[in-house]
Design a protein around this ligand. Structure first.
Ligand SMILES: NC(=O)c1ccc[n+]([C@@H]2O[C@H](COP(=O)([O-])OP(=O)(O)OC[C@H]3O[C@@H](n4cnc5c(N)ncnc54)[C@H](OP(=O)(O)O)[C@@H]3O)[C@@H](O)[C@H]2O)c1
Length: 323
């Protein structure tokens, strides 16, 4: 019988609640503990979700047998110390995006995982969606010819009140780490690291960007352009891939259920994908890595995470934002 993976969640904000909802309806897993900087909030969370235990960060690291895996979703400035602490305690970690604040931190965290021989993966759920797997397959097979250009938008203006983490430099705010990580990560999945980057944007009074336009340049004049914003309210979050033989439109690419391929001869193919939330695929993948005794994912590799953090750091640097 398959081993049940006992999960803890750390950082009890908005996204963790969604993670718990998804986790609690998956097979082969059990949500057993929660971890917070506030013991009081951890105890309230434990009660609400019917968990076995509630810990502070120190207490959880001192009880490594309490769970088989921990999902880290606190503020981005806290990812590095939290992840390293748990890895040093021998606990496998699934760490939210953006993985951390800059490339040096990502290098330190992945080195810590290797030193301890413990599983660490960035929770870039978009990379595990069936639609993303399908898109990877399209370009691996080369059926559509080479990619010539990419154009994408991503916004999340709704849902962030003034004072939210996304507007505060001290906790790792800004549209680059919060949003550009999605199109930058998707583009990295398809084309790897660009030859050069140019970015421009608008900063708030706290010194993080509210909106940003980025261009990645690759050999043979291939470009990937994307806009991210914490201000846009209504915009199509489509990811367009223009290639030699077709135009691939990935509708709402970061959680896509639908892809349209328009061929040069006028033929159109629509592909639809079933899913309930989207988080389930990264969780099931992580469970399998634990069961197989792996320390790194072949889909979201340490190298990819470090390279993507390098891209985000460069975008931020050009905007005048240094973490
Ligand atoms: N994958 C996705 O689709 C997705 C979506 C949104 C966010 N994220 C990522 O997840 C991370 C957290 O984002 P979030 O939107 O969940 O942030 P959030 O709701 O602002 O919570 C961030 C952290 O604030 C701390 N906190 C302090 N006081 C709190 C209070 N009274 N109530 C709740 N939390 C409090 C919590 O950590 P403690 O409990 O330890 O204090 C919590 O983890 C970020 O890295 C973000 O980029 C991912």
């Amino acid at each position: 019988m398959e081993k049940t993976i006992r999960w803890a969640v750390c950082g009890l904000g908005k996204i963790t609640k969604r993670f718990c909802r998804v986790l609690q309806r998956l097979p082969g897993v059990k949500l057993v503990a929660c971890v917070s900087s506030s013991k009081e909030r951890a105890l309230a969370f434990q009660k609400k979700y019917g968990l076995e235990a509630a810990y502070t960060y120190e207490e959880f690291a001192a009880n490594p047998g309490a769970a088989d895996a921990v999902y880290v979703a606190n503020n981005m400035n806290m990812h590095r110390p939290t992840v390293n602490r748990f890895l040093n305690a021998g606990i496998p970690v699934l760490c939210e995006k953006s993985f951390c604040l800059n490339k040096a931190e990502a290098e330190e965290m992945t080195a810590c995982a290797r030193k301890n021989n413990v599983l660490l993966m960035e929770a870039m759920w978009t990379r595990f969606l069936p639609s993303a797997e399908y898109v990877r397959g399209l370009f691996e097979k080369g059926e559509l010819g080479k990619i010539k250009a990419i154009r994408a938008y991503f916004k999340a203006g709704i849902g962030h009140p003034p004072g939210s983490r996304v507007f505060r430099k001290a906790v790792g705010g800004g549209s680059v780490l919060d949003l550009a990580v999605y199109p930058a990560g998707y583009t990295h999945m398809l084309l790897g690291v660009p030859e050069s980057i140019s970015a421009s944007g608008t900063l708030n009074k706290d010194g993080v960007d509210l909106r940003c336009s980025t261009e990645f340049r690759y050999p043979n004049n291939v470009t990937a352009k994307f806009d991210t914003s914490l201000l846009f309210m209504q915009i199509r979050e489509d990811y367009n891939i223009y290639c030699e033989k077709a135009h691939v439109k990935i509708y709402r690419f970061y959680q896509s259920k639908k892809i349209k391929i328009s061929y040069a001869d006028g033929k159109k193919v629509i592909k639809k994908f079933e899913r309930s939330d989207g988080f389930e695929y990264e969780i099931l993948h992580f469970n399998n890595l634990i069961r197989e005794g792996k320390t790194e994912s072949p889909i979201m590799t340490h190298r990819a995470t470090v390279e993507i953090m390098g891209l985000l750091e460069e975008i931020n640097r050009q905007l005048g934002v240094v973490f």
